[in-house]
Design a protein around this ligand. Sequence first.
Ligand code: PEP
Ligand code: MG
Length: 551
Amino acid sequence: MIMLQGKGVSKGVANGPLYFFQRPDTTISDTPAADIEAEKARIAAAQKKAIDQLNALADKAREDTGDETAILFETHAMFVEDEDYVDCMMNTLTERGCLAEKAVELAGEEFAAMLAAMDDPYMQGRAADIKDVTRRILNNLMGIAEGGIDSEVPVILAADDLAPSETLQLDKSKILGFITQGGSSNSHTAILARTMGIPAICGLGEALKADQSGREIYIDGETGQVAIDPDKITLSSFQTKMEKQREMKELMETMKGQGDVTMDGREMMVYCNIGSPADVSAVLSNDGQGIGLFRSEFLYLASSDYPTEEEQFQAYKEVAAAMGGKRVVIRTLDIGADKQVDYFQLHKEENPALGVRAIRICLNRPEVFRTQLRALYRASAYGKVAIMFPMITSVWEVKECKRACQKVMAELDREGVPYRQDTEIGVMIETPASVLVAEELAKEVDFFSVGTNDLTQYTLACDRQANDLGKFFDPHHPAVLRALKLAADAAHKAGIWIGICGELGADLTLLETFLAIGIDELSVSPSAVLPLRAKIRKSIAKTCTLEKLEC
Ligand code: PEP
Ligand code: MG
């Protein structure tokens, strides 16, 4: 048995085979081919495999979600066989005498550029499909497993660390838990694990090794313990905990359908954080009252090019409609810092967390902002969408955002496109500056939502990504809690509501402090809704105190 100790960042106990994630080598060499015919045969085999994969995906999609997604995969299968596209690959191969990978890459680029240059918007839209199909054929040629996990059975996924974009591309149905050598509890990968409701542990260091792949492993996302090939006593203690976990889950089921109200009648809005439309099912099954944070940037991270207005509209509409009139707060793009997207071509920064990220990118690139705002306003006609701006530090930024919204609404009016004029606009309070100008900000917007992950980072001058800051990184620090109180007082003075959508919102040990501060909404990962409800229902708001704000 090997016992490892890390930091639990997403609760729960899980077991399965350990699978060490290998970052695929995606470099394509331009060396001459020794045998052109053999390279042609490799392309043909990779194409055949792509068609089989796409047909299987279409069958599964038809069973799970219906025709719309199935047709998309079937169309991709048709592209793989498209005569012009295939000719382009084979001709490139013959003319350049290169390896199959290079020919496929070049043909894909050429074909996508040709489609993008056409006048017909439908054909322009197909450029993204060709890029996707080309990536699939290339993966087959290079032996890169789809969804990053080359295993028939679900696994405990281990890695040195995982970037949010890598995590998003993994096949979630194959993941029972995450463990990483590096990472921190506020990293977006940990946040994704919590959204998915699966256990995760970070900071295991070098003791976690790739050659442990395939061994049976148990992980406890609460204590941060990992047991590889556990002995009898350890096994039985993990199994007891798993049994308790099952019982607790059953008990929590009784909370469904109950109100989020304290014993003395104070109501709290308990909402959920999501990263994609696929997460809505977890919100509904955990009885979340709404969505308090849809991290829209995950749509950008999961894509190899800017998502179009139409793609974004479909995603936002799907969430708004599925929530059936309950509030859905969609945050505009928060790229930068640890969320890097290649096609944005952001400049390399010494301190990216203090650099051009989030709203700063949107205000610097009005076209990117406009596309997203158009998609958001169009989706507002299908539910109760609210728009939220991240990383605000100044009143002028909010005014500029509102002007961009006005412009988009005027455009939609001219085009006769439906949208809701009363769509709420809110800002995230996640910088000390926004706390200090909260009174002025509150006059401009309909709500505040506190991003405690960043607010803690910027207030305490502690990098949220670092895992060695230990006791210096303290989200319970009175300075953070006082910042919350200042923002809450400013919100209430202006008659608007205030929520918390950072990870602190799910911290049950702070619930009484939040009640004393007057927080109106807590937005947490779906799996945290029912335990939070149970605690709210046992609390008495009147007796809650601000003692944790004292030094
Ligand atoms: C936060 O900073 O608390 C927040 C909710 O936003 P993100 O974690 O995506 O930066
Ligand atoms: Mg943030």
